[in-house]
Design a protein around this ligand. Structure first.
Ligand code: FAD
Length: 548
C-alpha cells in the first residue's frame, strides 16, 4: 500500500530485511521491480508520489526499431552511434537496439497504449534518426502512458511494495558491500524528517534518474537532484562521462513561465527555427537543419539568441506553414500549455531557448547494471553504460530504462547475494528552522546559477574554475549544517547537487576537447588521439580516462 505524505517513518514500518530495494519509480526502477518480484520481495522507494519522475514528463516518444523493417535494428544502431560523437560504447548500443523491440512489445502486452492509425502503430521521426521509428502515446504524453502501464503492472504484483514520499538518504555499506539503505520521510515540512530507518537487503538498485536541477534552467522536475548518483559516489562507486549533459534546444522561453519542453517531435513534424529577424538559421550550422543532433541545435540557438553585445535575442519555433496536420490533436499537451500564454502552434511563433535535459553520464555500470561496489546496481538515467556516448539520440532514454532496468534486475537475481542484517541505528539529526532552510535554499540557487553560467553549454577553463570556486562555497555552506547534525530534505538534495556539480566540472575540465554535448571555447575541436575515452570520476575528485 502506498505510504501517505504525512506518515512518519515509524508509522511506515517498512519490512526489513527485504530482498531488493529499488530507489526510484521511473521507467528503469519499475521495469526492474517487475522482474525482481518474480523471485523476491521488492521495496520501491520514491521521493514524491509515483508519477513524479522524468519518465512521467517524457513527451515525444520511445525510439525502437520497427519490427516490420528488418534493416531498422542496424539503422537504429548506426544512428545511436553517430549521435554519440565517437564515444558510444558499441556493445551497449547493440544491446539497446536488439533488445528494445522485445521490451516494447512486452510493455504493449502489459497495457501501454501507443498511438495507432487503422490498428497500425504510428511512428514519427526526431533529430538524427534516419527513419520514423518513435512510438508515441496520447500525442505528446508518452512518458505518462508508460508510467501508467508500468505502475499498474507493478501494483498488481503482490511481492512489490511502494514507499512514496520517502527518500533514500544513504546506502548502508559493510566490508565494501552495499547491504541496505537508510530511509527518511521526504515531505518538505515534516517534523518527522529526523526519523531515520534502515532496511537491509540483498542488493540495491539505483534508478533515481538524472540531475537536471543542478542547472538553473532545466526541463526536469524538482525530484531530479542526482541523489542516487551522489549516494553511490559516497558508497565508493565510480562515475563515468559526467561532463556530458544534454541541453534540450527548445524549452519554452517566456518571462515567468516554466521551462516547459517543446518536444523535438515538433521539429520532427516539420517545425522551423527562426531568429528575431525571421531567418531560418540552421542551414548555417548543419546539413540536417532543424533535425541536426541536439548539441548542434542547442549551440546554434544559443548563438542566435545573443547579439554582438551579448544581449539576449529571441529565437522561435515556427509551425505556421504546416497545414496537413492538426497540431492540436497531434500535440495536445503542448497546445494546452501554450494556450495558457495565448499562443497557438498553427498561428504563432513560439519563443524557445535551451535548458538542461538529460545526463549521459552517471554511475559507471557494466552491461548488466553492476557497479564497482558489490550489492549496488544502477539503471536508467542515473547509470552510465556508455550507450549514449557524448550525446543521446532523441527518445533513446525511455528505451534504455526498459532494456537496462530488466538487465540490472536479472543481474541482481543471478548474483543472489545473501542478506546481511544491518542494525537500525543511525545518528538522528535535528530539524531545521525557517532561517536554516532559507540559507540552504540560497546555497542551492547560487550553485544552480553558477552551473548554468560556468558549466553549461559553452565552457572554458576560466569559467569552470570560477564554477568550481562557487561550488566549493556552496558545499561549505551545506557542510555547516551537517556539522551541526541538522538535516532536511533540501539539505540532503543540496549535498547531492554539490557532488554532481563537482563531478561535472572536474570531468569537463579534464576533457580538453569539444565532443557531443561538451563544448569548450578554448578547445573547440574533437581530439580523438587523446580523448576518445570515457572519463571516470571517483569520490576523491580525481578524473582519469579509459575505455569502458
Ligand atoms: C520534459 C522531459 C521530456 C522528455 N521526453 C523524452 C522522450 O520523449 N523520450 C525519451 O526517451 N526520453 C525523454 N526524456 C528523458 C526520459 O524521460 C528520462 O531519461 C527517463 O524517463 C529516466 O527514467 P529513470 O527511470 O532513469 O528516472 P526517472 O523517471 O527520473 O525516475 C527517478 C525516480 O527516482 C526517484 N528518486 C530520486 N531521488 C530519490 C531519493 N533520494 N530517494 C528515493 N527516490 C528518489 C524519483 O522520485 C523518481 O521516482 C524526457 C525528460 C524530460 C524531463
Amino acid at each position: 500500500m502506498p505510504v501517505e505524505a504525512n506518515d512518519s517513518l515509524e508509522e511506515m514500518a517498512f519490512p526489513s530485511p527485504v530482498d531488493y530495494i529499488v530507489m526510484g519509480a521511473g521507467v528503469a526502477g519499475l521495469r526492474a521491480a517487475i522482474q525482481l518480484a518474480e523471485d523476491g520481495d521488492v521495496l520501491v522507494v520514491t521521493k514524491e508520489s509515483l508519477g513524479e519522475s522524468n519518465t512521467f514528463y517524457a513527451q515525444g516518444g520511445i525510439a525502437v526499431a520497427s519490427w516490420e523493417d528488418t534493416d531498422d535494428v542496424a539503422l537504429h544502431l548506426s544512428d545511436t552511434v553517430s549521435a554519440g560523437d565517437g564515444l558510444v560504447f558499441r556493445p551497449a548500443a547493440e544491446v539497446l537496439v536488439a533488445e528494445g523491440p522485445a521490451r516494447v512489445t512486452e510493455l504493449i502486452e502489459w497495457g501501454a497504449r501507443f498511438d495507432r492509425e487503422g490498428g497500425a502503430l504510428l511512428r514519427t521521426r526526431e533529430g538524427a534518426h534516419s527513419r520514423p521509428r518513435i512510438l508515441h502515446a496520447n500525442g505528446d504524453a508518452t512518458g505518462a502512458e508508460i508510467s501508467r502501464s508500468l505502475v499498474a503492472q507493478a501494483h498488481a504484483h503482490p511481492r512489490i511494495r511502494f514507499a512514496e514520499w520517502t527518500m533514500v538518504s544513504r546506502f548502508m555499506v559493510r566490508d565494501g558491500q552495499v547491504v541496505g539503505a537508510e530511509l527518511v520521510p521526504a515531505g518538505m515540512e515534516r517534523s518527522a524528517f529526523n526519523e531515520h530507518g534502515c532496511v537491509s537487503s540483498r542488493a540495491v538498485l539505483v534508478a533515481s534518474g538524472g540531475a537536471g536541477q543542478v542547472y538553473s534552467d532545466t526541463t526536469n522536475p524538482p525530484v531530479a537532484t542526482g541523489d542516487g548518483i551522489a549516494l553511490a559516489l559516497e558508497a565508493g562507486a565510480e562515475l563515468a562521462d559526467m561532463e556530458f549533459y544534454q541541453f534540450h534546444p527548445t524549452a519554452f522561453s517566456f518571462p515567468g513561465a516554466p521551462r516547459f519542453l517543446m518536444s523535438e517531435a515538433l521539429r520532427g513534424e516539420g517545425a522551423y527555427l527562426r531568429n528575431d529577424r525571421g531567418d531560418r538559421f540552421m542551414e548555417r550550422y548543419h546539413p540536417l537543419l532543424e533535425l541536426a543532433p541536439r548539441d548542434v541545435v542547442a549551440r546554434a540557438i544559443t548563438r542566435e539568441g545573443l547579439n554582438e553585445k551579448g544581449e539576449a535575442r529571441l529565437v522561435f519555433l515556427d509551425m505556421r506553414h504546416i497545414k496537413n496536420i492538426d497540431l492540436h490533436k497531434r500535440f495536445p499537451g503542448i497546445s494546452a500549455f501554450l494556450a495558457r500564454y495565448s499562443l497557438d502552434l498553427h498561428r504563432d511563433l513560439v519563443p524557445v531557448r535551451p535548458a538542461a535535459h538529460y545526463l549521459m553520464g552517471g554511475i559507471r555500470t557494466d552491461l548488466m547494471g553492476r557497479t564497482n561496489v558489490k550489492g549496488l546496481y544502477s539503471a536508467g538515467e542515473a547509470a552510465c553504460t556508455g550507450v549514449h556516448g557524448a550525446n543521446r539520440l532523441a527518445s533513446n532514454s525511455l528505451l534504455e530504462g526498459l532494456v537496462f532496468g530488466a538487465r540490472a534486475a536479472n543481474a541482481m537475481l543471478e548474483d543472489n547475494l545473501p542478506v546481511s542484517l544491518v542494525e537500525d541505528h543511525t545518528d538522528k539529526t535535528l530539524p531545521m528552522d525557517q532561517s536554516d532552510s532559507a540559507l540552504i535554499e540560497g546555497q542551492v540557487t547560487e550553485l544552480r546559477r553558477a552551473m548554468w553560467a560556468d558549466g553549461g553549454l559553452l565552457r572554458s577553463e576560466s569559467l569552470m574554475q570560477e564554477g568550481l570556486h562557487k561550488q566549493a562555497e556552496s558545499e561549505t555552506g551545506v557542510e555547516f549544517f551537517e556539522q551541526q547534525r541538522k538535516a532536511s530534505r533540501r539539505s540532503l538534495e543540496a549535498r547531492s547537487l554539490c557532488h554532481v556539480a563537482r563531478a561535472i566540472l572536474c570531468s569537463a575540465l579534464a576533457r580538453e576537447e569539444s565532443r557531443g554535448a561538451h563544448f569548450r571555447n578554448d578547445y573547440p575541436k574533437r581530439n580523438d588521439a587523446e580523448f576518445q575515452k570515457h572519463s571516470i570520476y571517483t569520490g576523491d575528485g580525481w578524473v582519469r580516462f579509459e575505455d569502458l
